[in-house]
Design a protein around this ligand. Structure first.
Ligand code: HEC
Length: 110
């Protein structure tokens, strides 16, 4: 019994060690044909600049809409428009900060 409890505690610790980006965004995106990295690049091209890119992504995640999507028509036809995020505004901000930190290096390659 104690062993089981230990395993449960350990498992919970491992899970919560993953950040909100790894926990929320990555699993749902892994089956899409366009990677999160490629989507990030599209946002950089359309919006340029940290504040604009972050604001653009946050807005889209809260109000996903065909007319403001950066994805191609073909892509949207295959995958549909995503659902509104279930994250709280704080979690969403944190997730997008992590997303930015992870891929911002492309900003310098332009
Ligand atoms: C429930 C599944 C799901 C979750 C969770 C999710 N996404 Fe998505 N995301 C999608 C799908 C499906 C698309 C493609 C359809 C679309 O663009 O609306 C997409 C599209 C995007 C796009 C392109 C938006 C555009 O302009 O079309 C970005 C950027 C993105 N996701 C980032 C994120 C980030 C960052 C998170 C975590 C905070 C996240 N996603 C969480 C399913 C998800």
């Amino acid at each position: 019994m104690q062993k089981l409890l230990f395993i449960v505690v350990l498992f919970t610790a491992i899970l919560s060690a993953q950040n909100v980006y790894e926990r929320n965004c990555v699993p749902c995106h892994k089956d899409l044909s366009t990677s999160l990295q490629q989507m990030f690049k599209k946002y950089l091209l359309v919006y340029s600049g940290e504040q604009n890119v972050k604001a653009g992504i946050i807005h889209y995640l809260q109000y996903p809409n065909r007319s403001i999507s950066v994805m191609s028509k073909l892509f949207i036809e295959s995958f549909g428009i995503k659902k509104k995020t279930t994250l709280s505004p704080e979690e969403l901000n944190r997730a997008v900060d992590i997303y930015w930190e992870k891929f911002k290096v492309f900003n310098k390659l332009k």
